[in-house]
Design a protein. Structure first.
Length: 128
């Protein structure tokens, strides 16, 4: 599916819960930041995830919406958009480290990341 179809499916919550994984989160965030810029893109990412989670609220969520995790990944993508990439595929090839689920643990201890405070508000990385 192309990027326009992907964002349309995300917006309509038509992406299956099983397909809503780290890669899908990264693709959606990249596309929104590229299309709408930092401020509007970030707002669309956050609101989109909350809407998607609410739509799928009957599913068993491990975490649900998490402010620190969401903003961490937005900031990581944003910092890498400086490189000239023409597509999500190219972005992924140039930034393969971001597509490892455990990448975030280079910046956070699990106790900090999964605290109640970190879920509700952004906590700066404690391992940098």
């Amino acid at each position: 599916m192309n990027d326009i179809e992907f964002l349309d499916k995300f917006d309509k919550c038509f992406i299956s819960w099983d397909d809503w994984n780290h890669h899908s989160h990264m693709r959606m965030a990249y596309l929104f930041l590229e299309k709408y810029g930092n401020k509007d893109g970030q707002s669309r990412i956050i609101n989109g995830i909350k809407k998607f989670n609410k739509f799928h609220s009957g599913k068993k969520m491990k975490i649900g919406y998490h402010e620190t995790i969401t903003l961490f990944w937005i900031n990581q993508i944003r910092s890498r958009l400086i490189k000239n990439t023409n597509s999500f595929k190219e972005f992924k090839l140039q930034n393969q480290d971001l597509f490892r689920n455990d990448y975030i643990y280079n910046f956070y201890d699990k106790e900090v990341l999964y605290s109640d405070d970190a879920k509700l508000k952004f906590i700066k990385p404690n391992r940098v």
